[in-house]
Design a protein around this ligand. Structure first.
Ligand code: C5P
Length: 300
């Protein structure tokens, strides 16, 4: 095998409940992930050493040094296998960079699946999931895909069956946000308000909406505890969310730590119309229609 290609989806969080700050700097979460049809592609080719090249619209914002998550994933896999391997990783970005849609995690998950195949390791999925959890809180979900509840840092996953396909529009913002800075802003706002931070709980009504495929109910139960922090850092997103609601979105929410905004639509036609309205009114410079759930990292 001289070249392997893996396709990995973006995610939106339909519930993101953030518990108190832990001693290790993370937060315990109830994080309901949902994989959507916006993809990165990771190609792994035979090579002497592990390198990465990033192509696509936002590629100049992705580091290609040792901090690149796909390089770290390939190295972690080689270490797990106990040997020195090489791979030339070529990433085609379709997922916004630092957009709250797990683009970096997708590339790490893609590198794990691609190198497992390229190097003929044949490691089982559970081993890849374990390595993924050490690389980042969202990497296991990028491997798994579908819809799943993440607890702990978000890396402990339980799959959720969904009763149908949901249709979304994503409004892309200029420039990304660092996840750590949004969590830090969330902590700052909570400290300033002095309010008690409850232990995160799964929303049963949201579970039911996912299970029955009821987009109207799902739209009314979308929630994101990071949203006020993101809006504090990027106030210009509030009118974008309002505009989506005015154009009939069933729910409008910041995706993860943002700054991408997610809008739940009624059906594919409504998603297309909503995307068109968001861009023609100037509420968003780019709006992309997508559906979910979709598979996690997949060899193609
Ligand atoms: O796990 P990952 O490296 O993706 O997390 C990035 C940052 O997001 C962490 O350094 C931390 O600041 C924040 N985070 C958090 N609690 C989580 C997940 C992430 O505070 N459960």
């Amino acid at each position: 095998m001289s070249s392997v290609t893996v396709r990995v989806p973006a995610k939106v969080n339909v519930q993101l409940s953030v518990g108190p700050l832990r001693e290790d700097g993370y937060h315990d979460l109830v994080n309901v992930f949902h994989a959507v049809s916006i993809f990165d592609e990771v190609v792994a080719k035979e090579s002497e050493s592990i390198t990465v090249q990033v192509n696509g619209k936002w590629s100049d914002q992705v580091p290609t040094d040792d901090s690149n998550l796909a390089i770290r994933a390939a190295r972690a896999l080689a270490k797990h296998a106990g040997r020195t391997y090489g791979a030339e990783l070529i990433i085609q970005k379709g997922i916004p960079v630092a957009g709250g849609m797990a683009g970096g995690s997708a590339d790490a998950a893609g590198a794990l699946v691609a190198c497992n195949e390229l190097w003929g390791l044949g490691l089982p999925f559970d081993d890849l999931m374990e390595i993924a959890g050490d690389l980042g809180s969202d990497v296991p979900f990028s491997l798994l895909g579908g819809t799943a509840v993440g607890t702990g840092r978000g890396e402990q996953l339980s799959e959720l069956p969904t009763g149908g396909t949901f249709h979304w529009v994503f409004a892309l913002a200029n420039g990304g946000l660092s996840t750590a800075s949004v969590y830090a802003e969330c902590d700052r706002l909570r400290e300033a308000s002095g309010a008690h931070v409850p232990w995160p709980q799964l929303n049963d009504s949201l579970m039911e909406a996912l299970g029955t495929g009821d987009a109207y109910a799902l739209g009314s139960h979308l929630s994101n505890d990071l949203q006020s922090a993101t809006l504090n850092l990027r106030p210009e997103l509030a009118p974008t969310l309002d505009s989506g609601r005015q154009h009939g979105a069933l729910g409008a929410i910041v995706s993860g730590s943002g700054p991408t905004c997610a809008f739940l639509a009624i059906d594919p036609t409504h998603a297309r119309d909503l995307a068109h309205s968001l861009t023609t009114t100037g509420a968003a410079h780019t709006a992309v229609a997508a559906h979910g759930p979709v598979h996690g990292a997949t060899l193609i």
